[in-house]
Design a protein around this ligand. Structure first.
Ligand code: SDX
Length: 394
């Protein structure tokens, strides 16, 4: 502490807000959304029910759920002019780059829900975000692979609709596999919120100035992209591919432990969890289900992942530093099996995290104690000195 400020790089001990939404006990490996354990929500609930819970604070009754699903479904289309927005991007652009741009552009298309002082406009903006993200993410995918956009279908549930928009093609019949759709839905639930992580804090900080919700979520997407955060699912799969075979694991474990080597085990370690990330456990189970359904049980990358986890968890370095697999460790293998290229992995994380971001944003806007975020600094630069004319500088 400097007397006036506390110096806390990385905010390891600074609470920036009060929140009623998500609780994590990192030592015990516990994650609750509005008090409900993630295991129970993932097993018995579905993603839209979780969205309702995060947004409104309680699980919906059957009538409330039907109404909410209907309202989300009603908002899944995006303004037709937005589809032309995509063609401004190079096709080989990373889909996350496209997401940052297109989601930021939502505020240019939906002016009627950008007045943040109006609770009704805030709720419409929230529903629009939850409803349109799968459409935008699927369009980013279709643009990336050079296929025509597929429009949302109202008879499908949220996850099935997303798979349909990604994988249907106009020239043949596409049937959504319900087991894979259920897995997709569960993956969304697992990613829905995670208290004040870097991207959520970014959304709150952006929103603290009164910026509109679409712009704030675009800021969150930009932050999520980094490999230390949501980009780790892509980085983890690339790492497993780079390792390739089980016999090469010790070499990579040695590199991860070497202070002089920047290599880190992607999908390992967490700022808050000093125990197994409960989401990683469910993700591992989901991974087995998906690979089983697709007949990929012997996927060599799964063998590498399981063995890597086993070796790391019995290695003193990882044990002492309490480094366990996090949500991103098994999600890559699962998403790859579902048919997504690695470049889409973080897009899927962003899609699912949107409800968390928007719920936290609403909570902040409604909290009278919240002020504009304005961290201070410890200035370590030059002290006062006089301007020197350019001819006299040496
Ligand atoms: C997400 O915060 C959230 O809630 C995020 C998230 C969410 O849902 O929003 O859960 C999603 O971002 C998951 C994390 C995904 N990232 C990765 O998997 C990337 C690999 N992991 C890390 O780089 C790291 O563990 C972080 C970024 C996740 C956490 O960083 P911290 O808390 O700043 O910890 P640190 O980097 O200072 O590590 C502490 C020690 C260091 O060693 P020492 O300097 O103390 O000797 O542990 C070592 C690190 O070098 N370490 C690792 C390691 N992670 C930490 N060593 C090898 N491999 C690793 N993966």
């Amino acid at each position: 502490s400097t007397g006036r400020f506390t110096y806390d790089p990385g905010f390891t001990s600074t609470a920036s807000c009060e929140s009623h939404i998500t609780y994590i006990d990192g030592d015990e490996g516990v994650l609750l959304y509005r008090g409900y354990p993630i295991e129970q929500l993932a097993e018995h609930g579905d993603f839209l029910e979780t969205c309702y819970l995060l947004l409104y604070g309680q699980l919906p009754t059957a009538a409330e759920k039907a109404d909410f699903v209907n309202r989300v479904t009603y908002h899944t289309m995006i303004h037709e002019q937005m589809s032309r927005f995509f063609s401004g991007f190079r096709r080989d652009a990373h889909p996350m780059a496209v997401m940052v741009g297109v989601v930021g552009a939502l505020s240019a298309f939906y002016h009627d829900s950008t007045d943040i002082s109006d609770p009704q406009q805030r709720m419409i903006a929230s529903l629009r975000m939850i409803a349109k993200m799968p459409t935008i993410a699927a369009m980013a995918y279709k643009y990336h692979v050079g296929q025509p956009f597929i429009y949302p279908r109202n008879e499908y549930d949220y996850a099935s609709n997303f798979l349909h928009m990604c994988f249907a093609v106009p020239c043949e019949e596409y049937k959504v596999n319900p087991i894979l759709a259920r897995a997709m839905d569960r993956i969304f639930t697992l990613h829905a919120d995670h208290e004040q992580n870097a991207s959520t804090s970014t959304v709150r900080l952006a929103g603290s100035s009164g910026a509109n919700p679409f712009a704030c979520i675009a800021a969150g997407i930009a932050c999520l992209w980094g490999p230390a955060h949501g980009g780790a699912n892509e980085a983890a799969l690339n790492m497993l591919q780079q390792i390739g075979t089980v016999d090469r694991i010790p070499e990579f474990i040695a590199r991860a432990k070497d202070k002089n080597d920047p290599f880190r085990l992607m999908g390992f370690g967490h700022r808050v969890y000093k125990n197994y990330d409960p989401r990683a456990r469910i993700m591992q189970k989901t991974c087995h289900e998906v690979l089983g359904e697709l007949g990929h049980k012997d996927d060599p990358l799964l063998q590498v992942a399981l063995e890597l986890e086993r070796i790391a968890l019995s290695d003193d370095y990882f044990v002492e530093k309490k480094l366990y697999p996090n949500i991103d460790f098994y999600s890559g293998i699962t998403l790859r099996a579902l048919g997504f290229p690695t470049t889409m992995f973080t897009v899927l994380f962003a899609l699912a995290r949107t409800v968390g971001w928007i719920s936290q944003w609403n909570e902040m806007v409604e909290d009278p104690s919240q002020r504009i975020g304005r961290p201070r600094q410890l200035y370590t630069g030059a002290s006062t000195r006089d301007y020197v004319p350019i001819t006299q500088r040496r």
